[in-house]
Design a protein around this ligand. Structure first.
Ligand SMILES: Nc1ncnc2c1ncn2[C@@H]1O[C@H](COP(=O)(O)OP(=O)(O)OP(=O)(O)O)[C@@H](O)[C@H]1O
Ligand SMILES: [Mg+2]
Length: 290
């Protein structure tokens, strides 16, 4: 277990937290990027449901889905309890926002989010952020930065981004939130057929380890999004003793610069995402090159 595992915000997506080293970091803005139909809204609902189950509040903001269509999707996934959460006020659906009315990021939208955020772990979803940012120029990057800072104060957020069908990710409406977000998950529907039809990749996770590579996922009624392949990553986590490894390498503690020793001790605080043999090789190389 990692030293800050208890502090992570579980995504609620089966098999994903292991790939994020325990989940999202609290008070962060997390991006889910993907084209139409990859499961972004299902991801967002699952993220909210996980919080609601732990007695956290949820806020769902959408420009194209009203409460009725959110409920329809939840019911089709077998998540009838979402209706109860909405009725009891634990889950707020903000669907009275219309993009044409939003002239600037600091409009009623942020007021709505901030005024409904409580101090114990609110989860915020903006599904999707694309209409909000589509008209912004690169110069308005600082405004998105500011908007994200306010979201971080309010809780842990998930924003979805629509990937254009032509796959062009160089537009500022994608690059700005991707640069400024604390984590980015890219979901894809390649259409290669069953096992590798749908895949996701973690592009970044600031301040945290994350799994590299492409992981297949499925969308199943009841369970929602299920990511496969994480057991492989989890099995590779090893707890190491620095002195033991130095012994094996025939290196004496006092022959290593104290600054490097300090870093190696930090490395050994958490489990490392490598086998014992591989990490010993890495340490050997680091000592040789330092
Ligand atoms: N009840 C269900 N059981 C299994 N799969 C489902 C179910 N409902 C939806 N799906 C799958 O999820 C996909 C849609 O998921 P979702 O609405 O989250 O996608 P999205 O990325 O938000 O799309 P959009 O860009 O249209 O908003 C569908 O194309 C379908 O493949
Ligand atoms: Mg959607």
């Amino acid at each position: 277990m990692r030293h800050d595992d208890a502090k992570r915000v579980k995504t609620g997506i089966l098999g994903l937290d292991e790939l994020l080293d325990g989940g999202y970091r609290p008070n962060t803005v997390n991006v889910v990027l993907g084209s139409a139909g990859v499961g972004k809204t299902i991801f967002a609902l699952q993220f909210l449901l996980k919080g609601l189950e732990n007695d956290e509040k949820g806020i769902f903001v959408s420009f194209d889905m009203n409460e009725k269509s959110v409920i329809e999707l939840a019911l089709s996934m077998g998540w009838g309890e979402m209706v109860d959460y909405i009725e009891s006020g634990k889950l707020l659906i903000g669907s009275n926002f219309h993009v044409e009315d939003i002239v600037y990021l600091n409009s009623e939208l942020l007021d709505f989010i901030l005024s409904n955020a409580s101090n114990n772990g609110v989860r915020i979803v903006v599904d999707s952020f694309t209409p909000l940012i589509a008209s912004l120029s690169f110069e308005m990057r600082k405004d998105v930065n500011w908007f994200f800072s306010r979201l971080r104060e309010a809780g842990t957020s998930l924003i979805t981004l629509e990937e254009p069908l032509d796959g062009n990710l160089n537009d500022p409406s994608i690059t700005v939130p991707v640069f400024l977000g604390d984590s980015v998950i890219h979901m894809k529907n390649i259409g290669y057929g069953e096992a590798f039809n749908r895949t996701l990749r973690i592009i970044k996770h600031r301040g945290s380890w994350h799994a590299e590579g492409v992981f297949p996922y499925r969308i199943l009624r009841g369970l929602g999004i299920v990511v496969e392949g994480s057991s492989y990553v989890v099995n590779m986590r090893t707890k190491i003793e620095i002195d033991e490894i130095l012994d094996e390498l025939g290196v004496r503690r006092e022959d290593i610069p104290s600054s490097l020793l300090k870093r190696l001790e930090k490395l050994a605080e958490d489990e490392v995402p490598y086998s014992r043999e591989d990490i010993a090789k890495i340490i050997k190389r680091v000592i040789e090159c330092y």
